[in-house]
Design a protein around this ligand. Structure first.
Ligand code: TRP
Length: 332
């Protein structure tokens, strides 16, 4: 069998995911799983760097897995597991901490943002977040990490730490590359189309969550801001709201933007917004149904996580053993 390149990604099992996450991350993974040896983790260790409600964190771990599966990520092709089930993550993180400078971590954009937002809880985990992420990636001798722009700096630092370690000892870690998704479909907030749709937006009416039911979805699209004028035309400069809705429609129907515009030639914004809402609701319904069905079968889900953790640990422990040997940890 030919050696496939290794791809690594993870999502935190925290807030509700939005259709932006579906398009930006999860859907891409379903395509990538055929070309790469994929590891997809549920990053619960990263999640606790901001306060979580324990019962919710536990529940969301399973519902995140069910969502991955419902979206078509195939446990036969990919290794799906929970980060805390593979102790090597914490262990390598500890080693890498001694190869990472405090100043580097203080300068990370996300650390500065989160410190500002959680001023009452600027904990060591928050500062160490990029090192844990580097450990995630480096344990699997990862070739590529598909990420959004907000995670770019974290992949850079993982490369720096890997290079530093390799230079001090001998080559130990593969130097990973960030893989930026080429699809230009960036989905913006429905109420403020100058901003990216976010799972933590102030007003939840600007985001479509993967858990929203049909009525909620249609109601949110009806309230989406459009622009002055009445033509359904793609013009992100002057018609940010309409253009965002056209993008969503195009992504959810598989039509091009030009075909989407043609569908609404001579029609008003009201019809247009309803059609976008219906297209999204139609696409989400089967995913939600499948997710619910899977969640009812806890023993199946736990089986997926058990074999995922076993496979992940097998690879991760090989890297960790090399690291321990190089740094001089006495081995029995
Ligand atoms: N920090 C990432 C996020 O919030 C999640 C993550 C954790 C991750 N470990 C990773 C992503 C390793 C890519 C690779 O989106």
């Amino acid at each position: 069998m030919e050696e496939r390149k290794v791809l690594y990604s993870a999502i935190q099992p925290t807030n509700n995911l939005t259709i932006g996450n579906l398009i930006g991350a999860i859907k891409n993974w379903t395509n990538l799983q055929n070309d790469y040896d994929c590891f997809f983790a549920i990053a619960n260790m990263h999640a606790i760097t901001v306060r979580q409600v324990p019962a919710d964190l536990r529940q969301k771990t399973l519902s995140m897995l069910a969502l991955y599966l419902a979206c078509g990520i195939d446990p036969e092709k990919c290794t799906m597991y929970v980060q805390s089930h593979v102790p090597a993550h914490a262990e390598l993180c500890w080693v890498l901490n001694s190869f990472t400078y405090v100043g580097e971590m203080e300068r990370m954009t996300q650390f500065k943002d989160k410190s500002a937002r959680h001023a009452e809880n600027i904990n060591m985990g928050l500062m160490d977040y990029p090192v844990l992420m580097a450990a995630d990636i480096l344990l699997y001798q990862t070739d590529v990490v598909p990420v959004g722009l907000d995670q770019r700096q974290h992949v850079e630092i993982a490369r720096d730490i890997a290079q530093r370690f390799n230079n001090i000892y001998t080559p130990t870690f593969k130097i990973p590359e960030a893989l930026y998704m080429k699809v230009g479909a960036k989905i913006n907030d429905l109420l403020d189309p100058s901003k990216k749709m976010s799972k933590s937006a102030e007003n939840p009416n600007g985001s479509i969550f993967l858990s929203d039911d049909r009525d909620t979805i249609i109601r949110k699209f009806k309230r989406a801001v459009t622009d002055s004028g009445s033509e359904v035309k793609f013009d992100p400069e002057n018609k940010a709201g309409v253009s965002n809705l056209l993008t969503i429609y195009s992504v959810f129907t598989g039509k091009t933007i030009a075909e989407a515009e043609a569908d609404f030639a001579g029609k008003g914004y009201g019809d247009f917004k309803l059609a976008v809402g219906e297209a999204v609701a139609d696409k989400l319904a089967p995913i939600q149904k499948e997710q619910e069905k899977l969640l009812a079968d806890k023993s199946y889900l736990e089986g997926v996580l058990r074999s995922g953790a076993e496979r992940a640990a097998h690879t991760a422990n090989k890297t960790l053993a090399k690291v321990y040997k190089k740094i001089g940890f006495y081995q029995l």
